[in-house]
Design a protein around this ligand. Structure first.
Ligand code: SF4
Ligand code: MG
Length: 322
């Protein structure tokens, strides 16, 4: 499969004021030089603790946030070079599903109106065609026509996320960035929504970027997973490789906290010391060195690059490579 999306050296820096007498401008490096590609039809997981830059990355890919630098090539076109009007056209193909279906649906509007609005904005179809399209949409996400006349507050969390997904689908996109789509839902509802997303993926040939804060949620849905720490990608691997033989010490720690029913496969729990440092003050060298049990002297000075350690596996750690 070929790439649908190529992200090259993406950065998002936010300026912070360091006080009146400070001469040098300081920055929060929310996304600090990351590169990856997403293949057509796959589900690419982006995983890390809160503040690691995964949501900023997701939004930067769609230019809902303007990247500071880097390129985002989507379907052969550099998104970062598009004018506002060109971007508006391109957005039809790239949609986002937000974590919180409670705040992302306008409470004053019926579901009918919520689903119809993007079609009107993009001047798609006449009233009759839009109506048909919306009837189909509400059914493919497991709701019914009756639901169209109701308001968001009349639905459960899981139903609201189904509406959020229907809205993202209405433009018949190629890519959906799902930013923690099930994190706000009860565990029992999470797998229903994930199953629905998987069904929709094959039915509509969708490519997903699935953002999550732990590795258990993405275990079943993702084909490949990238692990982020303090604005950087520390490891990318095929799912099987990542779960069976993780390389980066941070990934190992994250994985050791994933619930594993079978004690034979349960890794020893690795408890990381200390808090995640502030992205405004990321450690030099390997940003993980302040918490890494395997840190060496060089880790404090030299930033490890993401390198291919074996086929389908990239890691940014001085324990790997030359
Ligand atoms: Fe640990 Fe060094 Fe590897 Fe960073 S580069 S993860 S500090 S061993
Ligand atoms: Mg987030």
């Amino acid at each position: 499969s070929e790439p649908l999306l190529q992200v090259e050296h993406l950065q998002k820096y936010y300026p912070i004021s360091k006080g009146f007498f400070s001469k040098s401008q300081q920055f929060v490096k929310a996304v600090d030089d990351i590169s990856f590609s997403v293949l057509k039809g796959e589900t690419f997981g982006l995983v890390g603790e809160s503040g690691c830059g995964k949501s900023t990355t997701g939004r930067s890919l769609l230019r809902l946030i303007e990247p500071s630098s880097g390129r985002v090539v989507f379907d052969g076109e550099d998104i970062t070079a598009l004018s506002t009007e060109q971007l508006r056209q391109k957005r039809r193909d790239m949609q986002i599903v937000f974590q919180d279906p409670f705040s992302s649906l306008d409470p004053r509007h019926t579901v009918q109106r919520i689903l119809e609005e993007p079609l009107i904005v993009h001047r798609i179809g006449n009233a009759e065609e839009r109506k048909k399209h919306i009837h189909r949409l509400i059914e493919v996400v497991g709701l019914t026509k009756v639901h169209l006349q109701r308001y968001p507050h009349q639905f459960s969390g899981g139903q609201r996320q189904r509406i959020g997904i229907a809205r993202a689908l209405s433009m018949q996109p190629k890519l959906i960035v799902a930013d923690e789509p099930v994190s706000a839902l009860d565990v029992s509802i999470q797998s229903q929504v994930i199953n629905l997303m998987q069904d929709l993926q094959s039915e509509f040939s969708l490519t997903y970027i699935f953002i999550a804060h732990d590795l258990s949620v993405v275990k079943h849905i993702c084909d490949r997973v990238a692990v982020m720490y303090l604005g950087r990608i520390v490891e990318i691997a095929d799912k099987e490789k990542l779960y069976a033989s993780p390389q980066h010490p941070y990934t190992k720690a994250l994985l050791s906290s994933v619930p594993e029913p079978d004690p034979d496969f349960r890794p020893e729990r690795i408890i990381l010391q200390g808090e995640v440092p502030s992205p405004a003050n990321a450690p030099a060298g390997c940003a993980f060195h302040t918490r890494c049990l395997e840190a060496m002297d060089m880790c404090k000075m030299n930033r490890p690059q993401l390198i291919e350690t074996e086929l389908g596996h990239q890691t940014a750690c001085h324990l790997f490579g030359e």
